[in-house]
Write a protein that binds this ligand. Structure first.
Ligand code: SAM
Length: 199
């Protein structure tokens, strides 16, 4: 799937994607806790689907912006979410992320993107753009199915090691955790070389 209308139809039919595994959830809880001394911490959840990770981040204490371009996903997410999460209908490949920054100029302590990066054209650029939205010391957490641990017919939704290396080139600190069929990447700045924003 690549077009917003296809994703929308999937969610409008009441269908979902693979929920967080226990391992993924404990990795997120362990590594994405609100940093000590940060009041009003903010998180951005990219390609949020029906909002499972957004709700986890809100539960950790973040004020959350969550974005997706499938309207049906956002409707279902909003209906199932507590306050503290704001959903935005944005295509992250066409400047939507820049618009998010322009809204209030704020940055995020945590940015997450689960099971979506393999679907994005020009994913290295988008990951760099997300890096430019991180607060100093912030973490970009990308979770992707790994090609070595998926059936061949699902290759299109996965990354392999060379693709992961390409995606993470330029990041100062890269932590990689294997979680079942997925790889969790914890990236810390700068990672946004060459990306600038007009305030
Ligand atoms: C496989 S689903 C994963 C959803 C959710 N992150 C999860 O883990 O359940 C991929 C999500 O990426 C979203 N998506 C794909 N391309 C996008 C884009 N260019 N802009 C915004 N969202 C996008 C889809 O609408 C879909 O919700």
């Amino acid at each position: 799937m690549s077009a917003a209308r296809d994703w929308h139809a999937h969610y409008a039919a009441g269908r979902d994607f693979k929920p967080l595994s226990d391992t993924e959830e404990s990795v997120l809880r362990e590594h994405l806790a609100v940093p000590d001394g940060v009041g009003n911490a903010r998180a951005l959840e990219v390609a949020c689907g029906t909002g499972e990770v957004a709700r986890l981040l809100a539960g950790l204490g973040y004020r959350v912006d969550a974005v997706d371009f499938a309207e049906a996903a956002l409707e279902r997410a909003a209906a199932a979410s507590p306050s503290g999460i704001t959903y935005h209908c944005l295509d992250v490949t066409t400047g939507g992320i820049t618009a998010l920054r322009a809204r209030d100029g704020d940055t995020y302590q945590v940015i997450t993107m689960r099971r979506a990066v393999a679907h994005l054209p020009d994913r290295t650029r988008i990951v760099a753009e997300l890096g430019a939205l991180l607060a100093p010391g912030g973490i970009l957490c990308v979770i992707t199915p790994h090609a070595d641990r998926q059936p061949a017919q699902l290759r299109g939704i996965c990354l392999d090691d060379p693709e992961i290396d390409m995606l993470t080139g330029g990041w100062e600190h890269i932590e990689r955790i294997e979680a079942g069929d997925s790889t969790v990447l914890l990236l810390r700045g700068p990672g946004s070389a060459g990306v600038t924003y007009q305030e």
